[in-house]
Design a protein around this ligand. Structure first.
Ligand code: GTP
Ligand code: MG
Length: 344
């Protein structure tokens, strides 16, 4: 039943991978938007956050998912840049994640930032799946828009199928070289022991239902162990970006990964010189399915529970820093929380 879906913490899914391998395009397909096209040089330069509700996920996954099997409110996707100069942002995105999608261009295979992402996932012990993206670029591919990958495979010539297989086994071999036992996802029984590889195309959407299904399964399993966290405690988050917002001055786009943040809360935010102690004037939420990075319309809300992307408006935030912690004070002393923030 869904009775406690409201109090369960939304899992955070980081999307990692080499530059241009299709991370933002994959999220565009899932949220039905086109963020990638609007990016300068089509390169992601910041961490993003998009809340995807359960009904959107189950709608896309179609026959592969029975939503009544899941207790989750949805998934919060974190987009990260693949360009080599953004390693801090990748590490930050990886550290926030409960689970991750490693996007690999099926033709290019492992590249330097794929290796870097794998190192982050290994270091943080984050369970992940591999999205073997751009299957539609296989010579002779017969696209099956939005279909589950098995059905799409059935529609391909033997030649196209064997070319794709060759590329997929290359990736499975590279994962094995990196120390992970991996296989095509439909052969994987335990996704925490073996890495599932999901062939898909962000462009045509084929295989995306499969990816969402695997992610929901991983989250559900993970949640049983760790996610049923109390989301009523004082909110904790990380600053993604500091931005000027008309009528509000400096605001911080934040991923709340634990607890609850309320309008009027006293918060401590990591600053350039010292922690900033301030009081929240407004909590601004992007619409569901909207990327906080590019969203223009925000809804004022009274509170948000983890995990969520939210823009915080408060005095004195101009000295805040991307990557800095955000902590609600609530029933502790300000000094206590300031010390906590300094220690991060
Ligand atoms: P960074 O954020 O800069 O690391 O790149 P990214 O991984 O987000 O890649 P992005 O989604 O911006 O895609 C890079 C290019 O690959 C764009 O031109 C996309 O249109 C193209 N692309 C992404 N996915 C696919 C796919 O499945 N098939 C094809 N044919 N092209 C794709
Ligand atoms: Mg991108």
């Amino acid at each position: 039943d869904h009775t406690h879906a409201d109090t369960l913490r939304t899992p955070i899914v980081a999307v990692l991978g080499h530059v241009d391998h299709g991370k933002t395009s994959l999220l565009d397909t899932i949220r039905g938007s086109a963020v990638s096209e609007g990016e300068a040089g089509a390169i992601t330069q910041h961490i993003g956050a998009t809340d995807i509700p359960l009904d959107t996920i189950s709608g896309m996954a179609g026959e592969l998912i029975d939503p009544s099997d899941f207790d989750l409110p949805g998934l919060l996707f974190i987009d990260t840049p693949g360009h080599h100069s953004f390693s801090t942002l990748r590490a930050r995105g990886g550290a926030l994640a409960d689970i991750a999608v490693l996007v690999v261009d099926v033709n290019d295979g492992f590249q330097p930032q794929t290796e870097e992402a794998i190192d982050i996932l290994r270091r943080t012990g984050t369970p992940f799946v591999v999205a073997a993206n751009k299957v539609d670029t296989t010579p002779g591919w017969n696209p099956q828009d939005g279909e589950p990958i098995q059905r799409s495979m059935d529609a391909q010539s033997e030649r196209a199928k064997s070319m794709l297989d060759e590329n997929l086994y290359e990736i499975i071999g590279q994962l094995s070289d990196a120390g992970f036992s991996a296989d095509l996802y439909w052969r994987v029984q335990d996704f925490q022991k073996n890495i599932g590889v999901v062939p898909l195309s962000a462009l045509t959407g084929e295989g995306v239902p499969d990816l969402l299904t695997v992610l929901m399964g991983l989250s559900q399993r993970f949640m049983k162990e760790e996610m049923a966290i109390d989301v009523t405690g004082p909110g904790e988050g990380t600053v993604l970006e500091v931005k000027d917002e008309r009528g509000f001055g400096a605001t911080v786009d934040t991923v709340v990964y634990d607890g609850v943040i309320r309008n009027g809360d006293t918060v401590v935010v990591g600053g350039q010189d010292e922690p900033i102690v301030t009081e929240i004037r407004a909590l601004l939420r992007p619409r569901p399915l909207a990327e906080i990075r590019t969203e223009k319309e925000f809804e004022k809300v009274g509170e948000v529970a983890a995990a969520a992307g939210v823009k915080i408006a408060a005095p004195d935030l101009d000295q805040a820093m991307a990557g800095a912690p955000v902590r609600v004070v609530r029933d502790r002393t300000v000094d206590q929380v300031v010390e906590e923030v300094k220690a991060e």
